[in-house]
Design a protein around this ligand. Structure first.
Ligand code: NAP
Length: 250
């Protein structure tokens, strides 16, 4: 008897062109998933990430979408699903900072971070959950931060957005557990990417000094946890928060 081949699973990673998102794309591709690399402005980097995924033997496409726009998120999820005929994994990774002390922080500073980090994840999750619920299978993973758990001076907007993601994922986990859809959150600590490279040297030194392991993490460290939560072995894990921070948040 001819065995029917299990179709390759497909993943969408927002902000997949650079940093943690790029590492997540490559880690999921290494787990034999087709990859939709979503980007906002980094078209060339997104094409490069997609090419690097294809070099691992899977299919990959780069898709432009600004996650602040609900229609763009809906279209992004539909295009990713159409590219591969299915969508099994969503990684809400796109994120920004606009750091200021509270009294200097404007409403625009606050909204800009909430709109990208929290509402963007809401829009993408809503579109993906609709589809995953129907296929009775899905893995949704949001990239929060230890700052969402502990707060940080100068990051009230960012901390609020990242704390919000944890509640969002726990709620989604409860709503869709019976449909085979899991929703989990990873909370990176201090990871070497463009985002942290933009910090003042003194702030980077202080962050490194607060890490029991004594060094910043790599995007690949976060990607490994994302790949685990996206995989078959994590099928009974939902509504959880996993810190990848070298002990920083203990
Ligand atoms: P990064 O290198 O600055 O990358 C940010 C990513 O977000 C980029 O791919 C960017 O896409 C995307 N993005 C920003 N605004 C967007 C929008 N409106 N629509 C769609 N995509 C958008 O930062 P990173 O360090 O890899 O951060 C990735 C995630 O990890 C973020 O959510 C961040 O908050 C979180 N995180 C990072 C650290 C850390 O220490 N690095 C720690 C905790 C949590 P384009 O380049 O295409 O514009």
């Amino acid at each position: 008897m001819v065995q029917s081949e299990t179709p390759r699973r497909a993943a969408l990673v927002t902000g997949g062109a650079r940093g943690i998102g790029r590492a997540a794309c490559l880690a999921l591709a290494a787990e034999d998933m087709n990859i939709a690399v979503s980007y906002a402005g980094s078209a060339a980097a997104a094409e490069q990430t997609a090419a690097d995924c294809r070099a691992l033997g899977v299919q990959a496409v780069a898709l432009q979408a600004d996650v602040r726009r609900p229609e763009a998120c809906k279209q992004l999820v539909e295009d990713a699903a159409a590219a591969f005929g299915r969508l099994d994994v969503l990684v809400n990774n796109a994120g920004v900072t606009a750091d200021k002390l509270l009294l200097q922080m404007t409403e625009a500073d606050f909204d800009a971070v909430i709109e990208t980090n929290l509402k963007g994840a809401f829009f993408c999750t809503k579109a993906a959950a609709r589809l995953m619920m129907r296929q009775r299978y899905g893995r949704i993973i949001s990239v929060s931060s230890v700052v969402g758990l502990h707060g940080n001076a100068g990051q009230a907007n960012y901390a609020a957005s990242k704390a919000g993601l944890i509640g969002l994922m726990k709620s989604v986990a409860k709503e869709y557990a019976s449909r085979g859809v899991t929703a989990n959150t990873v909370a990176p600590g201090f990871i070497t990417t463009d985002m942290t490279a933009a910090m003042p040297e003194a702030a980077r030194a202080a962050a490194s000094a607060a890490i029991p392991m004594g060094k910043p993490g790599r995007p690949e460290d976060v990607a490994a946890a994302i790949a685990f939560l996206a995989g078959e072995r994590a099928g009974y894990i939902t509504g959880q928060l996993l810190c990848i921070d070298g002990g920083m948040g203990m």
